[in-house]
Design a binder for this molecule. Sequence first.
Ligand code: GLU
Length: 473
Amino acid sequence: MASGSGANGGQVVTRFAPSPTGYLHLGGARTALFNWLFARHHGGKALLRIEDTDQKRSTQDAIDKIIEGLDWLGLDFDGDPVFQSQRADRHREVALQLLESGNAYKCFATSEELEAMRAEQRAKKLPMRYDGRWRDRDSAEAPEGTPFTIRLKTPTEGETVIEDAVQGRVTVKNAEIDDYIILRADGTPTYMLAVVVDDHDMGCTHIIRGDDHLNNAFRQLPVIRAMGWDEPVYAHVPLIHGADGAKLSKRHGAVGVEAYRDELGVLPEALFNYLLRLGWGHGDQEEFTREQAIALFDIDGVGKSASRFDLKKLEHLNGHHIREADDARLARLVADEIGGEVDLDLLERAMPFLKMRAKTTHELAEGAAFLFAERPLEMTDKAAKLLDDDGRSRLSLVSNALAAENDWTSEALEATLKSLAEAHELGLGKLAQPMRAALTGTTISPGIFDVLVLLGREESLARIDAQAVPAAD
Ligand code: GLU
């Protein structure tokens, strides 16, 4: 039975171990989130390890993007990241230890020989795996100076059982696990060995990762057992699929998390909430703050089936988190989106009205555009239609009434416009519609009295007068 808690006094230690070959995509971000939450929930540590051993595919740019993405999501991992590439000596040391203890052996098979072996297996429709030809042979049989790899001596009989915290009991026949290479002929360690050594040295008690690594767990366990190390608890989380049910790929917009911010206008706490719900549940609750997530998250809430990416749901959650967010912070975000010189104070005052209906920060910025529009305002087609002769002559009534208004508050303006509407036996909408068009250039905006207050007396009257039919002489 996996214990995973012996070595460090019971403290939970998790790790997120991305290979820096691209962006921090949704799947990676969710793995990071689950590891982070699990550690925070249990008062443990969440560590970050950059698996940069594949020097050809790893880039500094990808490392930076991953770290920025984690920062943006507010996933603060503990301590400095561990770089796997810097630990090759230690990995080699373990390989040699395994050799010494008889749990690994030298394999002198040449690549031509191994290719011939595989060709034969293919022809016989046998599974392609190393056949153990050097497992019981004496190294002395190899000619002097022949290069060799070091292979792990994995058990050949029986089966290995993993009690996975998400997948449940998973059993694999040991005969299916071949004696894989842990140290290459050039002395470099393989990825499979490096992962296990690093997990052990970092004191990881729980390995939470995508279920595409479940097979690897069966290859990694023999190293752990041969070294006599504590076995971690494994939790292999199902992958994320696109709305069409296929594994999430670039085609589904599986881009870096920053694209959700830049292209969709998503807040980090909304993506955090969304990723949390993607594969984990707590009753039928949809909305979670970070604090609630930390308090409630545990592995037993992680489902066994693949989850589907659902843009509508992400937008819905984003709208919720926008309404919850601090107005000054939203104002700064929106000012950045709008660019140039923007009156932050005005934006902040407008935010309570703008955020009522916005699902993205882009929609907030669109909604705020009227505040900074220059006269003459550009009109949408719908707004232009409202400014027909009738509409414009109603605006001149409004203009006169507002010019006489001393109290420029939402309440007073409402009272004034209501009595104006009544005096002319018009519904209030008949006044408000052309006003909205004249004041915002659109047909969708915050309440018309709030718009007047936000724009202020002078600007409001100027915009109305620009569209009103001039009073007949
Ligand atoms: N580096 C691997 C990846 O990015 C993860 C390895 C692991 O979690 O064990 O898929």
